[in-house]
Write a protein that binds this ligand. Structure first.
Ligand code: HEC
Length: 116
């Protein structure tokens, strides 16, 4: 007569660690709470460095300056805009020394909100 097989120990559901799920959820919450680009910080950069020509609301106050309110100058990719902001273009000064890369990314996010 065969011996009764030992039953596999049933895994205790309480021992099933849901830690990975919790860690992933926490990570998602964290990334939502701290976006890579901070539009509000970008607004401060804009008001300090850019509004004098581009206008507080994106209506440019200087000749030959694009009106962000009409979306002018904003069709370019972020990498093109980073280049213009760092090194300047014609009458637009470069901000390579004045602004950190994070500030440039923040101000790009902000100017993209000025289009109406
Ligand atoms: C002294 C005036 C002046 C200031 C200050 C200024 N800009 Fe400009 N900006 C210009 C002019 C003029 C142009 C148009 C350049 C061209 O195409 O000839 C321009 C163009 C741009 C463009 C469009 C680039 C493109 O390729 O069409 C962006 C984006 C931009 N500026 C962002 C900024 C940001 C961000 C700041 C602040 C960090 C800033 N500008 C500060 C004058 C200025």
């Amino acid at each position: 007569m065969p011996r009764p097989r030992l039953r596999e120990p049933k895994s205790n559901p309480n021992m099933n660690c849901s830690c990975p799920v919790i860690i992933i959820l926490a990570g998602l919450l964290w990334s939502a709470a701290a976006p890579a680009q901070d539009i509000f910080a970008g607004r401060g950069v804009y008001e300090n460095h850019c509004a004098s020509c581009h206008g507080p609301d994106g209506r440019a106050t200087m000749p030959s300056t694009p009106h962000f309110i009409d979306g002018m100058g904003l069709y370019a990719s972020d990498s093109d805009l980073i280049r213009v902001i760092r090194f300047g273009k014609n009458l637009m000064p470069g901000y390579d020394r004045a602004l950190k890369e994070s500030e440039i990314l923040n101000v790009i996010s902000y100017v993209r909100t000025l289009r109406r």
